[in-house]
Design a protein around this ligand. Structure first.
Ligand SMILES: [Zn+2]
Ligand SMILES: [Zn+2]
Length: 640
C-alpha cells in the first residue's frame, strides 16, 4: 500500500501501481478528461506514467502553464506527423518550445512556401479531428537507432550520436509517425486544437552558417480558444506598432548595411532623441547629479583592470593604432566613471557623488540578434554612478527609485513592475556585506511601500540589483531601468575616500543606475507604446500651419514665427495643394495640431485648430491656442 498526496494536502491510498491518468480518474471523470500530464514528486511525466510508491502528485491540465508548454511541444510533433504525410522525403530535425509557441526544423530540398504552410496546417487540423492517442514507448538505444535508420531520419540519428550515455529513449508514436523525446506529451490530439502556424524561415543545422540550411516552421498554441485569439490579436497589434515601420513612415531614422545595428537619425527622430536627453538632463540636475563625459576609446589596460577584457571581449570593438597600442570602444561607462572618481583626493564631504553620463556604448551583437532600435550595436545610456558611504546607501536607493517611478509617469507608464535579484551562488564579498546591500534595496522598497518580485540568486556576482519593467499600452513588458550595487569595481580600481577621522582608505559604495536604459531603445518603446502618436511635448513637429490660398502666405509666416518664438516646434505648409490633402498628409504624420488659415482667420487674427484625432477645436485667437499648447506640453505624457 502507498499514499498519494495532492497539492491541497489530501491523501489517497492505493494497493497497486496506477497511471497518472487513472489517479486523476479516481478523483473525478472531469479531471481525468482534462489531464495532460502529471507532476509527480516535482517531475513532469506523461499521463500514462505509473505512480508506484508514496508520492506528491499534481495533475497538469491546459489551465497550467506547464500544460500549455506541453501542448506546444506536442504541436511541434504534430507538424512532423503532417509534414511526413505530405512530404515523405522530408527529414525531421528538432522541434522545441519557444516563447508563446514552438517550431520544427526540417531538412527538405525545396523550401516551404506559404501555400505549403497552409497545407501543413490543414493536415494538422485533420489529424487533430481524428482524436488519436499519442503513445509513448521507452525503447532501448539499439532499437531506436534501427527504427530511425529504417525511416531514413538521419538527423535523428545524429542527435542520438550526441547522447552516447543514453541507453534508452522515449519514443512517441503519432499513429505511423515516430518522434524521439524526453516528453511529456499530451495523451491525445484533442488537446491541440488551439494552434496556428505563423511563419516559415531558413535556419542552419546546429545554428552554424557553415552548415546546411533547414526549413523552420513556427507556430503558436494555447490551452483554449480565447487565449489563442488574444495572442493573435496582440501580435497583429504589435505589428501595427512596429517602431521600424513607424520610423520609416514618420521619417525618424533608418538603418543601413554600412553600419549594422547603428542608427542614422533623421532630423525629426533626432529632435525626439534630444528631447529625451534634455528632459533627463533637467531631472538629474534637479536631483543633484553632476554630468560628466568620458572618452569612447580607451586603452586595453583599463579594460584589463575592469575585467572586461577577460570576461566581455567577444562583445567589444577593439582597434590597434600605428604605435601598436590596443584600444577598445567602451562597452560600458563604468570603468571611465571609476577612473574619473579616482582623480584627486575625495573626502566624505564629497559624498554622495552622483555622476551622470550620456555615454555612447558599443557592443558587438551577432547580426541575427539586431532588431531596430530595440537591439543595436551602439547606443546611448542615461547612465549614472553614485559613490556614497554605506550609511548613505539606503537613502540613495530610495531617491533613485522615486526618481525613476516619477519619470516613467511623465511618459504615460503607470504600471511598473519591480524585480529584486539577490546573491547568486558564484559571488564575491562576504554574506554580511550582501545582507547590507540587499537590505538597502529591499528596505528602500519597503519604506516606499512598493511591491516587488524577488528573484533569489539572480543578482550579478558583484552585487544585487533592481530592475524596473514598464508595461505598455498593449500589455507588453519592457525592462528599462536598473539600479545595481557594486562591490567589484571599487575594489579592482582601488578607489577610496578620506573619512571623518582622516582614514584615507575608506572604500565608497558604488551604485550604477540607468532610468531609460538605452535612449535608442526607449525611443523605440515610446513609438510602439503610442503607435507613433507621441504626446505634444515629444512630437518632433508639434504644430503645422497650413494656408488655404496664396493670399494668407504672410499671415502663415507670422503665426509660425510667433509660435517658434515661444519655443514650440512649428512648420508651415504653403504648398499649392487642396487643404483637405494637406490635412490628410499631416494627420498621417501624426502631427498633434494643424492650424488652418483662410482669409477669415487672417482678417480676425485667429486660427482654425484641428487635432490629429480629427477633432475640430474651432477658430480661436492665436494666444488661446498658445495656452492650450503650453498646458499640453507641461502635462507631458501624464495620464490625468
Ligand atoms: Zn517532444
Ligand atoms: Zn555602471
Amino acid at each position: 500500500m502507498f499514499c498519494v498526496t495532492l497539492p491541497d494536502g489530501t491523501k489517497k491510498e492505493f494497493d497497486a501501481p496506477l497511471s497518472v491518468y487513472e489517479f486523476a480518474k479516481s478523483i473525478g471523470p472531469g479531471l481525468a478528461k482534462a489531464t495532460i500530464a502529471g507532476n509527480v514528486n516535482g517531475n513532469l511525466c506523461d499521463a500514462s506514467d505509473l505512480i508506484e510508491s508514496d508520492s506528491t502528485v499534481r495533475i497538469i491540465t491546459s489551465k497550467d502553464q506547464e500544460g500549455v508548454e506541453i501542448i506546444r511541444h506536442s504541436c511541434a510533433h504534430l507538424i512532423g506527423h503532417a509534414v511526413k504525410q505530405l512530404y515523405p522525403n522530408a527529414k525531421m530535425v528538432i522541434g522545441p518550445v519557444i516563447e508563446d509557441g514552438f517550431y520544427y526544423d526540417i531538412a527538405i530540398d525545396d523550401p516551404f512556401s506559404t501555400e505549403d504552410l497552409d497545407k501543413i496546417e490543414e493536415r494538422m487540423k485533420l489529424l487533430i479531428a481524428t482524436e488519436y492517442d499519442i503513445v509513448k514507448e521507452v525503447t532501448p538505444r539499439a532499437q531506436v537507432i534501427a527504427k530511425f535508420e529504417e525511416r531514413n531520419e538521419e538527423y535523428k540519428l545524429r542527435l542520438i550520436d550526441d547522447m552516447p550515455e543514453e541507453t534508452e529513449m522515449g519514443l512517441y508514436y503519432h499513429q505511423e509517425y515516430l518522434d524521439m523525446c524526453v516528453g511529456p506529451h499530451v495523451p491525445n490530439t484533442r488537446f491541440l486544437s488551439h494552434f496556428k502556424l505563423t511563419k516559415v524561415s531558413g535556419a542552419y543545422w546546429r545554428g552554424d552558417s557553415q552548415n546546411e540550411m533547414l526549413q523552420r516552421i513556427y507556430g503558436t498554441a494555447w490551452g483554449d480558444k480565447k487565449s489563442l485569439k488574444n495572442h493573435l490579436k496582440r501580435v497583429e497589434e504589435s505589428e501595427k506598432r512596429d517602431h521600424r515601420k513607424l520610423g520609416r513612415r514618420l521619417d525618424l531614422f533608418h538603418f543601413s548595411e554600412e553600419a549594422p545595428g547603428s542608427v542614422f537619425w533623421h532630423p525629426k527622430g533626432w529632435t525626439l532623441f534630444l528631447e529625451l536627453l534634455e528632459y533627463m538632463r533637467k531631472r538629474q540636475k534637479a536631483a543633484n547629479y553632476v554630468e560628466v563625459n568620458t572618452p569612447d576609446v580607451m586603452d586595453r589596460r583599463l579594460w584589463e583592470t575592469s575585467g572586461h577584457w577577460y570576461n566581455y571581449r567577444e562583445h567589444m570593438f577593439s582597434t590597434q593604432t600605428e604605435d601598436e597600442r590596443v584600444f577598445a570602444l567602451k562597452p560600458m561607462n563604468c570603468p571611465g566613471s571609476v577612473s574619473m572618481f579616482a582623480q584627486g583626493l575625495k573626502s566624505y564631504r564629497d559624498l554622495p557623488l552622483r555622476m551622470a553620463e550620456f555615454g555612447k556604448v558599443h557592443r558587438y551583437e551577432p547580426s541575427g540578434a539586431l532588431h531596430g532600435l530595440m537591439r543595436v550595436r551602439h547606443f546611448t545610456q542615461d547612465d549614472a554612478h553614485i559613490y556614497c558611504t554605506e550609511q548613505q546607501m539606503e537613502q540613495e536607493c530610495i531617491d533613485v527609485v522615486k526618481l525613476v517611478l516619477d519619470i516613467y509617469k511623465d511618459f504615460g507608464f503607470e504600471e511598473i513592475i519591480i524585480k529584486l535579484s539577490t546573491r547568486p551562488k558564484k559571488r564575491i564579498g562576504t554574506d554580511i556585506t550582501w545582507d547590507k546591500l540587499e537590505g538597502a534595496l529591499s528596505n528602500a522598497l519597503d519604506v516606499m511601500e512598493l511591491d516587488y518580485i524577488l528573484y533569489p540568486g539572480e543578482g550579478a556576482f558583484y552585487g544585487p540589483k533592481l530592475e524596473f519593467v514598464l508595461r505598455d499600452a498593449i500589455g507588453r513588458d519592457w525592462q528599462c531601468g536598473t539600479l545595481q550595487v557594486d562591490m567589484n569595481l571599487p575594489e579592482r580600481f582601488d578607489i577610496a575616500y578620506v573619512d571623518e577621522n582622516g582614514n584615507r582608505d575608506k572604500r565608497p559604495v558604488m551604485l550604477h543606475r540607468a532610468l531609460f536604459g538605452s535612449l535608442e531603445r526607449f525611443t523605440g518603446i515610446l513609438l510602439e507604446h503610442y503607435t507613433g502618436e507621441l504626446p505634444v511635448w515629444l512630437a518632433p513637429i508639434q504644430v503645422m500651419v497650413c494656408n488655404i490660398s496664396d493670399s494668407q502666405t504672410d499671415y502663415v509666416s507670422d503665426v509660425a514665427a510667433m509660435l517658434t518664438q515661444k519655443s514650440f516646434r512649428v512648420e508651415s505648409d504653403l504648398r499649392n495643394e487642396k487643404v483637405g490633402f494637406k490635412i490628410r498628409e499631416h494627420t498621417l504624420q501624426k502631427i498633434p495640431y494643424l492650424l488652418i488659415v483662410g482669409d477669415r482667420e487672417k482678417e480676425t487674427e485667429t486660427v482654425a485648430v484641428r487635432a490629429r484625432n480629427g477633432t475640430d477645436l474651432g477658430t480661436m485667437p492665436i494666444e488661446k491656442f498658445t495656452d492650450i499648447l503650453q498646458s499640453e506640453v507641461e502635462k507631458r505624457g501624464r495620464i490625468a
